[in-house]
Design a binder for this molecule. Structure first.
Ligand code: FE2
Length: 352
């Protein structure tokens, strides 16, 4: 690990002060090591895992949280950007930072061994860290079955029963992109026209609001991410969400020739990473059993690393059989999915 000039200078100065020959008895400098994290993920979500990293390695983390404009900021900072590691949610954003050219590829045996190929960029620009299933929230009172295929969601038998957030949201676009990857555009569009008629109302709100609408009897089914179920169930600050959660059960829809669509949160190495060695160490750590287990407990997501268990809350949803289509493949269809949502008028709600 090369020592940056400034630190070397400090060390030399300290050695001079202590007197020649005492340099070897100086305290370890590990506590001066730092890695700068630019994050779209909420600070309290990533703090436990970053604290564990610091404890294990002595490397401090400095976190800059942004809720938008992360890649623009890194681009504007240019070669002087302090960004080392980028943390974000959703395949769309991981692809966006990569396409913006503010990442650098990482080829690392440990990381590649820990993260299955379908959850990382073949070029090494981004890596998944946690997974979330895009599932059906179904009314506990009004829905009996607990299996569905994605194809069935467009079956006229379900007319007027579904609530969703806007079709243009990243989470839905990734799901529709996965459909295009599995079925092709023509079949997906046919599906979307059918699904539109199965809506109970115009798309609105976030994923949790679909559970709220089910609790209120406005619809029997919703589309949502798995972790929101955990967040609602254990929500002490807004306890009414516990009632929304109590009204639903999780159904894991599947593709006929695959599993349940999952999206990821993930990481990338910033293009100019001034603390590259530390950044690589952090990236390796985030894929370790220890970090993956912390993530699983904190954020109600599924670890990407095989053999690390989901939290008890998440396990209570039932068994996730994740689709194995590579996310890089799915991401290619995002634009087609977005245009399809407009063409079909999904966000206008059902036509009758
Ligand atoms: Fe979310």
């Amino acid at each position: 690990m090369s020592m940056p000039y400034a630190r070397r200078a400090t060390r030399l100065a300290a050695a001079a002060l202590a007197g020649a020959g005492f340099a070897t008895s100086l305290p370890a400098l590990a506590q001066d090591q730092v890695v700068n994290v630019y994050s779209y993920r909420q600070p309290d979500l990533i703090k436990p895992v970053l604290d564990a990293f610091t404890e294990e390695t002595g490397i401090r983390t400095e976190v800059l949280f942004l809720d938008k404009g992360l890649e623009e900021r890194i681009e504007a900072e240019g070669e002087n950007s302090p960004a080392d590691v980028i943390l974000t949610v959703d395949i769309a954003r991981l692809v966006a930072v990569t396409e913006r050219g503010v990442t650098q590829p990482v080829e690392d045996e440990t990381i590649n061994a820990n993260i299955p190929a379908e959850y990382r960029d073949p070029e090494g620009n981004w890596f998944g860290l946690t997974r979330r299933g895009r599932v059906v929230y179904a009314s506990r009172d009004r829905v009996e079955g607990d299996t569905l295929t994605y194809a069935e969601l467009a079956d006229p038998a379900y007319k007027g029963t579904f609530c969703i957030r806007t079709g243009q949201h990243d989470y839905n676009l990734a799901l529709f992109s996965a459909m295009i990857a599995h079925w092709g555009e023509e079949r997906t569009e046919e599906w979307m026209r059918g699904f539109k008629e199965n809506l109970a109302r115009k798309p609105d709100g976030g994923d949790r609001n679909q559970a709220q609408a089910i609790a209120a009897g406005e619809c029997d089914y919703g589309l949502g991410n798995t972790y929101y179920v955990g967040l609602m169930r254990n929500n002490e600050s807004e306890p009414e969400q516990k009632e929304w959660e109590a009204a639903i059960k999780v159904v894991f829809p599947t593709f006929e020739d695959g599993g349940t669509h999952v999206n990821i949160s993930g990481m990338a190495m910033a293009e100019h990473a001034p603390n590259r060695d530390n950044a690589l160490e952090l990236m390796r750590f985030l894929t370790s059993d220890e970090a993956q287990a912390i993530y699983a407990e904190q954020v109600y997501e599924y670890p990407v690393k095989a053999g690390v268990e989901a939290s008890e809350t998440v396990q209570s949803f039932g068994e996730l059989t994740a689709d194995t289509l590579p996310l890089a493949e799915i991401a290619k269809h995002r634009r087609a999915a977005s245009e399809m949502v407009d063409r079909v008028g999904l966000d206008d709600g059902p036509s009758s």
